[in-house]
Design a protein around this ligand. Sequence first.
Ligand code: GLO
Ligand code: MG
Length: 382
Amino acid sequence: MSKSYSLKPKKSDRFSFGLWTIMNVGRDPFGEATRPPINPLDVIVELAKRNVYSFEMHAEDLVPMGSSTRERDRLVREAKKRMKDYRIKCTNCGSNCFSHPVFKDGALTSNDPDVRAFAVQRYIYAIDMGYELGCRLCNLWWGRDGLEVEGSKDAREALKWLRECCNLLTEYVLRNYPDYELSIEAKPNEPRGDIFLPTTGHALGFIATLDHPEKWGVVPELAHVRMAGLNSVHEVAQALDAGKLSGIHLNSQKPLRYDQDIRFGTEDLKESFFVVYLLETSDYRGTKSFDCHPHRTEDRQGAWDFVAGNMRTYLLLKEKVKEYQQDTQIQRILTRIRGAQKCLPAPEEIASAKFDLDKLMASRLPYEKLDQMIIELLLGAR
Ligand code: GLO
Ligand code: MG
């Protein structure tokens, strides 16, 4: 069956992986590393060899904090060389403003203005590095910007700080690299008890209050949505509707749990399918980036099986999208249940209209049939 499917990743699929996903050594809050570390430069090469289009990174993944300028320049040079030799791009360079203890109570929303300024400096450092690597996006995931103790930060003040910092970064970008863009990746919690702007919807509302909203987009992550018990398809749809989908982090997650970051499609096949449907049928042209990590039971080879598995699942779901669109029975049901696609009349006309409620109530919505067809399509039974 899979023979007729085209499951070999191509550059044109625009797949991407965070360097940090492969560099993950299997450490968790209860256990030490289970895999040996891997050099980011080797990750770049190995991803490229697997036809991955691009990588995402934190500046600190390549250049550890505290490195000399000379060392930084050397590493950037080495990365550029590999990117050219092996044909792979960098499509997001953010900053890790969550690991270092200086950020223990937040980066852009630390109560200490010097820590906030230091975090802005780190993002500027990342933007400069990204630009040098040919990247045009700085995605901000402010994992430490939140709290456990309500009252330890004034939530309205924290939003003002975030706004101030985002505006400073925009100013920097507009002055130095006008074609650079910025984005926000929302997450409800972990590592903080609560993180500010917990969902993509919150982020979109916040972006509208910035000095230059047009410079900002969002990067929804499927697992983050499901951690909040929400619907990842709807979150991606809202970002698309707003014209603000700068990127996407694909992965999987059992709802309402700790951040599992597991391989795309493994826990939520139907939702994953509809996310692929959205990406493949919209005008989205960004990367399809996997932000998850291999199970800590895997060794280094297992990490590459994980890379292959993520892309293969996406490509399989993409094939399923085609089948869904070509399935005449499914399409017939969809046409029937979605009704006539017409706009509503003027409010005055609506106000005086007569509705036949009996007729409206009588319409049959064969969702049982539709859902079963979708399940069977996904299970290969159609
Ligand atoms: C963690 C986030 C994190 C971000 C990354 C982006 O939960 O998903 O991995 O995606 O820092 O730069
Ligand atoms: Mg992410």
